[in-house]
Design a binder for this molecule. Sequence first.
Ligand code: 3HC
Length: 294
Amino acid sequence: MKVGVIGAGTMGSGIAQAFAQSAEVETVYLCDIKQEFAEGGKARIAKGLNGRVAKGKMTQEAADEIINKIQAGLNTQCVDADLIVEAALEVMGVKQKTFKELQEEIVKNPNCIYASNTSSLSITEISKPLNTPVIGMHFFNPAPVMKLVEVNAGYTTPQEDVAKVVEIAEKLGKTPVQVKEAPGFVVNRILIPMINEGIFILHEGTSSIEGIDTAMKLGANHPMGPLELGDLVGLDICLYIMETLYDETDDSKYRPCPLLRKMVRANHLGRKTGIGFYRYNEDGTKTPVDELGF
Ligand code: 3HC
């Protein structure tokens, strides 16, 4: 199977690695709007794999085999793809335009399946201007490790595509869960409001950054606290999902915390900008951000 992954950011490169790790996958086209962005995604994957080699968790040969399957380039390389997974910007127009170009100008395989990794946008609306409707194939960060894939069917998604994507997810060693179209699907509908609530608790001065994270790790057995998880997901993505939940439902329970908005405006987006609720140090450690005053 040949897979095109559109977008070489955190999710796109993680998804590319998840596919390249599978014996079922021959080639992964990791694509972005500029060659250097795609190369950057591939370099990030190589860095992660080399780190595992250095720790003795993987052989150099196994790491090389994964990396050699990944071809970094522009979307135009996806000519013979069997599956496209789009993980580009969470902007409806961008997604629609990207799929339109792929379907009408680039991909020559008539049986190609078009999937979006969107975290909360409507699959039905993404499909609206397209000849071939898309399906949601939603991975979780870090994509090479997290076991779940939400398979999201839009109103027009053919049932046979759902069955094929379920089978592909299983072949990757993931557990697929089928979900009908709804804002935030299952996981983000629950998880992102929880992160937002953690930010409200901080904003109100109820506890400190580390206090909130420790409480949820030890009191609810979560692997990460809500604030460090927000930093991992990206605070811009968290805000975007809250806004989508709010806009789609008109329900005030989904209002984003003002502190989240302020941090996104300051470009303090979490791990990807080196600072969010924590400052991420060169040596891999992290320290809570004192300037927040909590
Ligand atoms: N890429 C690849 N592998 C990674 C990785 C990454 N970014 N981060 C960790 N790993 C691997 C490690 O190499 C390690 O593998 P090994 O056991 O073979 O050595 C394994 O994952 C475990 O990592 P660590 O031992 O370093 O750390 P932890 O045991 O603490 O696990 C974690 C790290 C898996 C990130 C865990 O803390 C966790 O599950 N956190 C919650 C993550 C979560 O909730 N994600 C969902 C976010 S929501 C989302 O993505 C949806 C989107 O639409 C917003």
